[in-house]
Design a protein around this ligand. Structure first.
Ligand code: NAD
Length: 503
C-alpha cells in the first residue's frame, strides 16, 4: 500500500498543546475510502498517561471550585464553537471512519445535543433542601465532582460517543482524559481544540491516544476516579472488572444485536424503510443498528420483498460523493464481515443480496462491502448469534409476537429492540416485557435524546449508570447530605449518647 506525501502525525493534546515528545509506538490511520494510510497516531506509554493524570488532578481541583456561572459560560461558548465547526468535524470523521458526510454531520449534531443538555448544569446540580427535619435542623444534599475521570471510546462514533460523556463531566466540575479509538483519532483532537478556544483552563480536557497500554494505565491509576467506556463486549467486561477491582466507578458499554419485530398488522412500507435505514445506515457500524428482522410468517414474504426492493437502490462508495453507504473502517473489519457472509451462505441461509462484490462507487482499494440481505436465517447460525458490525441484515421468520419476544429476550445482548405494529396492546406488552435498555415502537433506531439516558442491559452494559441525561449527571458526581443546626440558643442542650432521632 502506498502512502501519500500528506501522511500526518496525530498526537496527544495535553494542557491545550500538541505533544512534542517522541513516541516509541505508533499506529497507522487509514482513509478507508481509498485504502491509503493518511496518518500515524502516537500510542501513549503508561508513564505518559500517569503524567497526564497528575496534571489533570491539579486542574480538577481549581476547575471543580470554579463557580457554576463561569463554568456555564465556557459551556455556552463551546456549544457555539462546536456548532460553527460541525461541517469541518464531519469531514474529518468521514476521512478516517469512512461514513458518509451527512451521517457524520448527524453524529456531531447528536453530540451537540449533549452539550446543550450540559449547558443546563446549574439546574442539574441542584440538590434537595428540607427545612426543619428536626426542630431547628435543616438537611440538604450536594452533588460534587469526582476529580479526574477517563473516557475510552470506540471507532464507530469518533465524535458523538466522547460527547456523550465529556460535556457533562466537564460541566459538573471534573477534569477529563479522553482515550479515543486509534482507528479514527483526529475528530477528538479537533473538538478538544474548541475547548481551548472556549476558555476552558488547561488540563481540564486532555487527549491521550493509545491502545491497551494507555487503557490499562487509566484503569490502574488511583487518581482516576471513574471511567466511561464504549466498545466491544469482551473489552467492556474487562474494563469493568479491572476498573471496579481498583475501586473505580465504571460504566462500560458493550456490543449489540438489535432485533426488530414486525407484526402482521404493521405498516409494511414503514417497517421496510426502518429495516433498511436501521440496518444499513453507517454501513451497519452502529451499536443501535437493526441486525435482525423478526418477520411474522403471514407477512414475511411481502416484507422481505419490500426490504429487498429498497436495498437494491442503495449506492455504496466514497463517503464524500453523496453515496448512501461508505466503506468499512479497516481492511480487517471488511474481511471479517465478508467471512460472516460466507458462513451464513454455507450454513444454508438464503443470501438474497450479496454485498461482497459491489458495485462500489469509489477507489478500488477502498474497504467496501455493499448491503447484504439474508432470509430464512436460523438462530444457531453465526450470522444470528454474533455481532457482525457491518451491513448485513438477517431475516428470521417467527410464528408471532410470543416467539419474537422470546427470541429477543434469549439474546445475551440487550441494547435496543423495536416493534412495528398498529396494535397498542401488543406494543405496550412489548415495552414492558422486552429485556433491552432502549425500545422503539414504529421507529428504527431508538437512540434517546440527550436529556434521557442511553444504555443497554445484559452484555451490552457493565455497570449501573447509563450515559448522559440524569444518570450521566449522577455518574460524574458524588452525593453528600448535610444536616445542620444553627442554634440561637443561649444555653447548651447537653450531651447525649442516645441514637439521634428526629424531635
Ligand atoms: P473495541 O472494543 O475494539 O475498542 C474500544 C476501545 O477499547 C478503543 O479505544 C480501543 O483502543 C480499546 N481497546 C481495544 N482493545 C483493548 C484491550 N485489549 N484492552 C484495553 N483496551 C482496548 O471496539 P471498536 O471496534 O472500536 O468499536 C465497536 C464496538 O463498540 C462494537 O462492538 C459496538 O457494538 C460497540 N459499541 C457499543 C455502543 C453501545 O452503546 N453499547 C456504542 C458504540 C459502539
Amino acid at each position: 500500500m502506498t502512502e501519500p506525501f500528506t501522511v500526518q502525525r496525530i498526537t496527544h493534546l495535553i494542557g491545550h498543546e500538541y505533544w512534542t515528545g517522541t513516541s516509541e509506538r505508533t499506529a497507522p490511520v487509514y482513509n478507508p475510502a481509498t485504502g491509503t494510510v493518511s496518518g500515524h497516531v502516537d500510542l501513549a506509554s503508561r508513564e505518559l498517561v500517569d503524567e497526564v493524570v497528575q496534571r489533570a488532578s491539579v486542574a480538577a481541583k481549581s476547575w471543580g471550585a470554579t463557580s457554576m456561572t463561569r463554568r456555564g459560560k465556557v459551556m455556552f461558548t463551546f456549544r457555539e464553537l462546536l456548532n460553527a465547526n460541525k461541517e469541518r468535524i464531519a469531514e474529518i470523521i468521514t476521512a478516517e471512519h469512512g461514513k458518509v458526510v451527512s451521517d457524520a454531520l448527524g453524529e456531531v449534531t447528536r453530540g451537540l445535543e449533549v452539550v446543550e443538555f450540559a449547558c443546563g448544569i446549574p439546574h442539574l446540580l441542584k440538590g434537595g433542601h428540607s427545612e426543619n427535619v428536626s426542630t431547628a435542623v435543616d438537611s440538604y444534599s450536594l452533588l460534587q465532582p469526582l476529580g479526574v475521570v477517563g473516557v475510552i471510546s470506540p471507532f464507530n462514533f469518533p465524535a458523538m460517543v466522547p460527547m456523550w460523556f465529556v460535556p457533562i463531566a466537564v460541566a459538573a466540575g471534573n477534569a477529563v482524559i479522553i482515550k479515543p479509538s486509534e482507528k479514527d483519532p483526529s475528530a477528538v483532537n479537533a473538538i478538544a481544540e474548541l475547548w481551548r478556544e472556549a476558555g476552558l483552563p488547561a488540563d481540564v480536557v486532555n487527549v491521550v491516544h493509545g491502545d491497551k497500554e494507555a487503557v490499562d494505565a487509566l484503569l490502574d491509576n488511583p487518581e482516576v476516579k471513574a471511567i466511561s467506556f464504549v466498545g466491544s463486549t469482551p473489552i467492556a467486561r474487562y474494563v469493568y472488572e479491572r476498573g471496579t477491582a481498583n475501586g473505580k466507578r465504571i460504566q462500560a458499554l458493550g456490543g449489540a444485536k438489535n432485533h426488530m419485530l414486525v407484526l402482521p398488522d404493521a405498516d409494511l412500507d414503514l417497517a421496510a424503510d426502518a429495516a433498511v435505514s436501521g440496518g444499513f445506515g453507517s454501513a451497519g457500524e452502529r451499536c443501535m443498528a437493526v441486525s435482525v428482522v423478526l418477520a411474522t410468517d403471514s407477512i414475511a414474504d411481502e416484507l422481505v420483498a419490500r426490504i429487498a426492493e429498497r436495498v437494491h437502490t442503495l449506492r455504496t462508495g466514497d463517503g464524500t460523493i453523496g453515496c448512501d453507504m461508505g466503506p468499512i473502517v479497516t481492511e480487517q473489519a471488511r474481511d471479517r464481515i465478508a467471512g460472516y457472509i460466507a458462513a451464513g451462505e454455507k450454513a444454508g441461509a438464503d443470501l438474497l443480496i450479496d454485498g461482497r462484490e459491489g458495485p462500489f462507487d469509489g477507489d478500488p482499494n477502498g474497504f467496501f462491502v455493499g448491503p447484504t440481505l439474508f432470509d430464512k436465517v436460523s438462530t444457531d447460525m453465526s450470522i444470528y448469534t454474533e455481532e457482525i458490525f457491518g451491513p448485513v441484515l438477517s431475516v428470521v421468520r417467527v410464528s408471532g409476537f410470543t416467539e419474537g419476544l422470546d427470541l429477543i429476550n434469549a439474546s445475551s445482548y440487550g441494547n435496543g429492540s423495536v416493534i412495528f405494529t398498529n396494535d397498542g396492546g401488543a406494543a405496550r406488552r412489548f415495552e414492558v416485557e422486552v429485556q433491552t435498555g432502549m425500545v422503539g415502537i414504529n421507529v428504527p433506531v431508538p437512540v434517546p435524546m440527550a436529556y434521557y439516558s442511553f444504555g443497554g442491559w445484559k452484555d451490552s452494559l457493565f455497570g449501573d449508570k447509563h450515559m448522559h441525561g440524569p444518570e450521566g449527571v449522577s455518574f460524574y458526581t458524588r452525593a453528600k447530605v448535610v444536616t445542620a443546626r444553627w442554634p440561637h440558643v443561649t444555653h447548651a442542650v447537653g450531651a447525649s449518647l442516645q441514637f439521634p432521632t428526629a424531635t
